[in-house]
Design a protein around this ligand. Structure first.
Ligand SMILES: [Zn+2]
Length: 238
């Protein structure tokens, strides 16, 4: 069983429909995939893409709501969230500081839903996406489960803070390798690591191989490949 916690629809270079994406990633043995839109040229288009994902998700895709927290209304978020299993935040794509105090009410709405948040995190000359900084979110909102994408850039400072928090996770996309996965499993256990491919920005088969080739136990691989994801998504349905 494999759940991919990080896939995109609507990338500018990839015109595949959800049906075509499903066919493609289904060939890698993936049974379910969290899906959210890629960056769009406008907020309206982004929200439209979210609704298209919702309509076409079938029983394979698990739609997450990607939004700009500075533009969405509280009531809009409260009503929309009912139809999604979680949230995707991209502080570079939508250009906001996730620690901006004016966003507190948005995070309070999210907190009440018990649904997970996957957040883009990379070291990329942009403090808004710096995992060592934005892990503070998990400290500020202990009831929200945050999945820091791209292995939180595999930063030592990040992982030493993650150990002290119960609501912070990383996904394996892009910034990982079998060696990095082995090393961090020993450090923080397999319970905080979740398989994500970042399809179509990375090749899902290659991303899966990193977990499969890591020298960790079968049980640890199962945690990473689907058990942790199932737990986070189920808690979102409570
Ligand atoms: Zn992504």
């Amino acid at each position: 069983m494999v759940i991919d916690f990080h896939t995109h629809s609507g990338a500018s270079f990839d015109k595949s429909s959800l049906k075509e994406i499903r066919e493609k990633i289904g060939r890698n043995g993936v049974k379910k995939a969290v899906i959210f839109p890629s960056t769009q040229e406008s907020y309206q288009k982004l929200m439209q893409k979210n609704l298209e994902n919702l309509e076409n998700s079938g029983d394979f895709f698990i739609p997450f709501l990607r939004f700009d927290p500075r533009r969405i209304g509280y009531e809009e978020l409260e009503s929309l969230q009912k139809r999604f299993y979680g949230f995707k935040l991209h502080p570079r794509g939508e250009n906001f500081d996730p620690l901006d105090k004016s966003l507190a009410r948005i995070f309070e709405v999210i907190e009440k839903t018990s649904k997970p948040v996957i957040i883009h995190s990379r070291k990329e000359n942009n403090q808004n996406t710096d995992p060592d900084r934005i892990i503070e979110l998990a400290n500020l909102y202990p009831k929200i489960n945050f999945v820091f994408a791209h292995f939180a850039n595999d930063s030592d400072a990040f992982f030493s803070r993650l150990r002290k928090l119960e609501n912070a996770y990383v996904d394996t996309s892009i910034v990982s390798s079998p060696f990095i996965i082995e090393r961090r499993v020993r450090e923080i256990t397999s319970k905080r690591i979740i398989f994500g491919s970042d399809h179509p920005f990375s090749d899902q088969e290659i991303e899966l191989l990193k977990v499969k080739k890591a020298n960790i136990s079968k049980e640890e691989k199962e945690d990473i490949l689907y058990k942790n994801a199932e737990k986070l998504i189920k808690s979102s349905l409570l």
